[in-house]
Design a protein around this ligand. Structure first.
Ligand code: SF4
Ligand code: SF4
Length: 339
């Protein structure tokens, strides 16, 4: 895979996820990164990696490997509510402590279920106090949640909690953490509609998910089998995967959905949202499912807040540093967005 990708693409980002990717031995990753260096060139800046893990198997040796290869680590962790969806919380917290001591850069992915949907604000405060940047997202009816729909949060409650959390972070002068994905929405409002969470960019053709058996899918978010793009062992070039019937299927459905979205006033920021979310919520050709409604409400609220600040030019010292920097950057040079 590394060989094929290095020949066909200028730059690439690998996300190692599972299940739990760190159940694979340390030697697997050492070999993988050696192979990446072989095919992409060491320090060529053509390749990046993120390991998405519960942290249980993180140790100093792995952190050193990650540091020397510039590997990002994402921890799946819900802070004080971690036991609701996961286990081994103590081990995850030990790993976070180790990474903080080690000075490792990492973010936390925080998934909100029906049981924790009202706790987003409390979770934000917890992460802020621990100086950890959280990224919130709801459980979607895929994978385990497809078999237990009671895990999926109520849409209106999720919207309410997200707006409440954003509002507190906006005026939280002491916050040292960006709040995701809302901070990305701000950058999106201020700049070109290029910065966003993955669900709100045109992802089709940009990502490829490879299963342990070599099967290829357009995304890792539990795509149904009908969207399989073939198997890595049966193709000569990656390009062939994007010429498969599976890819044509997901692309056609996505285009139909976007046709429905075209009059939406935030279409330029959303691009019709995530095809896999739509597929499991309303059917791929339709919008107005929970993901669409959440984005529309939360993004529109954030957009209005930011536009109000730009128009009224209030005392900026009342906002958190991320908002201050982003807005001041925009006011000083309207054509440039500071990241
Ligand atoms: S299908 Fe959805 S989750 Fe997957 S990369 Fe695209 S936007 Fe992201
Ligand atoms: S918010 Fe909903 S209707 Fe608007 S572009 Fe996104 S998916 Fe389409």
């Amino acid at each position: 895979m590394f060989k094929s990708v290095s020949q066909e693409y200028q730059s690439v980002w690998f996300i190692w996820h599972g299940g739990e990717p760190l159940q694979l031995p340390f030697s697997f990753y050492r070999k993988a990164f050696d192979l990446q260096n072989k095919y992409f060139g060491k320090d060529s800046h053509r390749v990046g990696n993120t390991i998405q893990t519960n942290g249980v198997n993180i140790d100093r040796r792995l952190l050193r490997l990650c540091e020397s290869n510039n590997i990002n680590i994402g921890i799946s962790y819900e802070g004080p509510y971690n036991n609701v969806l996961r286990n081994m919380t103590e081990e995850t917290e030990k790993a976070i402590e180790l990474m903080q001591k080690h000075g490792s850069k990492f973010t936390v992915s925080c998934t909100l279920s029906n049981e924790t949907v009202d706790e987003q604000l409390e979770m934000y405060r917890y992460f802020r106090d621990h100086k950890i940047a959280p990224s919130f997202s709801p459980v979607v009816p895929k994978g385990c949640a497809a078999m237990d729909l009671s895990l999926v949060p109520d849409t209106e409650k999720y919207i309410k909690a997200s707006i409440e959390t954003f509002n507190e972070w906006l005026y939280d002068k002491d916050s040292e953490v960006p709040l995701l994905p809302y901070y990305l929405y701000i950058l999106n409002v201020l700049g070109k509609p290029a910065f966003a969470d993955c669900a709100h960019v045109s992802c089709m053709g940009n990502w490829l998910c490879i299963y342990p058996n070599g099967d290829l899918y357009p995304c890792a978010k539990g795509c149904p089998e009908k969207y399989c793009l073939g198997n890595i062992n049966d193709i000569e070039e990656i390009e062939e995967a994007f010429m498969s019937d599976g890819f044509a299927d997901i692309l056609e459905g996505t285009v139909s959905r976007r046709d429905e979205c075209i009059d939406c006033e935030i279409y330029r920021y959303c691009a019709g949202g995530c095809s896999v979310d739509a597929d499991c919520e309303t059917g791929i050709e339709k919008n107005q499912g929970p993901s669409c409604r959440i984005y529309k409400s939360v993004f529109t609220h954030i957009k209005e807040e930011i536009e109000k600040i730009l128009q009224e030019k209030p005392d900026m010292s009342q906002y958190n540093i991320f908002v201050r920097d982003a807005i001041l950057g925009k006011l000083i040079n309207p054509g440039i967005i500071n990241l």
